[in-house]
Design a protein around this ligand. Structure first.
Ligand SMILES: *[C@@H]1O[C@H](CO)[C@@H](O)[C@H](O)[C@H]1NC(C)=O
Ligand SMILES: *[C@@H]1O[C@H](CO)[C@@H](O)[C@H](O)[C@H]1NC(C)=O
Ligand SMILES: *[C@@H]1O[C@H](CO)[C@@H](O)[C@H](O)[C@H]1NC(C)=O
Ligand SMILES: *[C@@H]1O[C@H](CO)[C@@H](O)[C@H](O)[C@H]1NC(C)=O
Ligand SMILES: *[C@@H]1O[C@H](CO)[C@@H](O)[C@H](O)[C@H]1NC(C)=O
Ligand SMILES: [Fe+2]
Length: 446
């Protein structure tokens, strides 16, 4: 699409945004050309966070408007230098601009950059206001740069407007820091057609751990995250919570983070359960990388002993998350890490908590979990133990990803796409909740 910025705007921007030291030299070399453009929701419907990289520092501007022929609004942001931890100490400048004052449910066209180079035109839709609408999301886990098998299908889905946003449940690029972070750069460019158009909401996985998660922290700007790698956001009738399961597995980066994360999570879930909040946004959905349950045959802790995420480390007074999710009535928990797809019956403490035998997902007595980590990466797929445990409802080692459609405050539909089988839906279920809240309380109602 041709970019048509009015001449006056161009001239003004050229003089405003040019590096002073280089005034007079009209230069737009590749190192100042924006790349790796991706967006994320801000902390309310009127905001969008836009992030990109350049290899030489430039100003940080987004020009935007309601048509690609009229990018008359502009917003400045800032850049910071990110130096990868590898031997080359490769440097790049990561730019972030937060757009504010957006009209909800509106398509905006935008370019990012500076007088030294602008991106092509992208567009996004701001989040609709209020709770009475039905978000559609796609959930991916464990997507690498090499063998990104599901990516073409995801790109076509997204191009056809199937989704409002993407959730990536950890493990990016394989790995963001590999080859002195060139693999990370390549990955962020590979997914750009998705992530410059759809809010890309993330959480960290184990593959991000290098140099204390510095590539993850630098490359992603999530709402209210403050680079702590956990946050929550509201979308229509849903309260989404993004978790950091990795603090438990890499305690040497900071033991205290485990407790700060837990305390924050507890407070966040308690706020979400205040009667006025839960009435408005009855769905509570969490996503974090390493699962509480899984039945793969790869000796991860969810198979070989108790999952740290589920039970914590009682000897060290590290609480597990499952009791908290039960107390606070988390409806759906999404995980990845296992390179496969697994759906559980509603469960608590290893015990199946079906709503009823015939309708297990109607008013269940515990959280429903899915594990979706088969988007495609160089480590390929993973397989399962022979005999599924009682809580395991469906398993597949096909490459693929998960779609979620929130019909309304009572009905949430989930389906699994198999890329191996040409996009076929290989699993689906509808979680139906006439009431939401702490499971103990609901038990007394039904
Ligand atoms: C361009 O967009 C701005 C703000 O959205 C609007 O005020 C202005 O009238 C538009 N100009 C044209 C030529 O459409
Ligand atoms: C968003 O806008 C579309 C038309 O562009 C409309 O059909 C839809 O109802 C709107 N959604 C909300 C929640 O306002
Ligand atoms: C790792 O990063 C976190 C967050 O910035 C910081 O609090 C912690 O001290 C760091 N740990 C080490 C070992 O550098
Ligand atoms: C839960 O419901 C499913 C579907 O009807 C059933 O196959 C499974 O055996 C049930 N589990 C228990 C423990 O009742
Ligand atoms: C919610 O959506 C489901 C599925 O489309 C529908 O059957 C149900 O009637 C809807 N409930 C309300 C209150 O609109
Ligand atoms: Fe992982």
């Amino acid at each position: 699409m041709a970019l048509n910025i009015p001449f006056v705007v161009k001239v003004v921007l050229f003089f405003c945004l040019m590096n002073v030291a280089e005034a007079g030299v009209i230069e737009a070399d590749n190192n100042r050309q924006p790349q790796q453009i991706h967006i994320a929701y801000g902390d309310d419907v009127s905001k969008m966070i836009i992030t990109w990289s350049t290899f030489k520092d430039t100003a940080s501007a987004v020009l935007y408007g309601l048509s690609s022929r009229n990018l008359s609004m502009s917003q400045q942001g800032s850049s910071s230098e990110f130096i990868d931890g590898g031997s080359e100490k490769r440097s790049q400048f990561i730019h972030v601009v937060e757009l504010t004052g957006l009209v909800p449910n509106t398509t905006y066209y935008y370019v990012v950059g500076s007088g030294q180079g602008w991106s092509s035109v992208f567009y996004f839709k701001s989040m609709p206001a209020g709770e009475d609408w039905g978000p559609s999301l796609v959930v991916i886990g464990d997507l690498g740069s090499a063998n990104a098998q599901s990516l073409p299908r995801l790109e076509l889905d997204a191009a056809q407007g199937m989704y409002d946003a993407i959730i990536h449940v950890g493990d990016f690029a394989y790995d963001l820091q590999a080859d002195n972070a060139r693999v990370g750069d390549r990955f962020m460019n590979q997914v750009e057609s998705l992530t410059a158009t759809l809010p890309y909401m993330t959480c960290p996985g184990n593959h991000e751990y290098y140099y204390n998660f510095s590539n993850y922290r630098a490359r992603f700007n999530m709402p209210n995250d403050n680079k702590k790698m956990y946050y929550s956001f509201n979308m229509g009738p849903i309260h989404f919570v993004s978790l950091s399961t990795e603090f438990l597995y890499f305690p040497y980066f900071g033991y205290n983070q485990i407790f700060e994360h837990y305390d924050w999570l507890k407070k966040d879930l308690m706020d979400a359960n205040l009667p006025e909040n839960r009435a408005k946004r009855p769905w509570i959905v969490t996503f974090g990388h390493r699962p509480m349950y899984c039945s793969n045959n790869d000796n991860d802790d969810c198979t070989s002993h108790e999952s740290l995420v589920r039970v914590g480390v009682p000897m060290l007074n590290i609480p597990g998350l499952e009791p908290l999710f039960y107390e606070q009535g988390v409806d759906l928990s999404i995980w990845a890490h296992e390179h496969s797809y697994e759906r559980l019956w509603p469960v608590y403490n290893m015990k199946v908590e079906n709503g009823s035998y015939d309708e297990p997902y109607t008013n269940p007595g515990g959280t429903t979990h899915i594990i979706t980590g088969s988007a495609g990466c160089s480590e390929r797929v993973e397989y399962f133990e022979k005999n599924p445990p009682d809580w395991s409802a469906f398993r597949s080692s096909d490459y693929g990803y998960t779609r979620m459609k929130f019909f309304n405050k009572t009905h949430l539909y989930v389906e699994q796409v198999s890329d191996d089988q040409g996009g076929q839906i290989i699993d689906s279920f509808t979680l139906i909740k006439d009431q939401h809240g702490p499971f103990e309380k609901l038990k007394k109602t039904f």
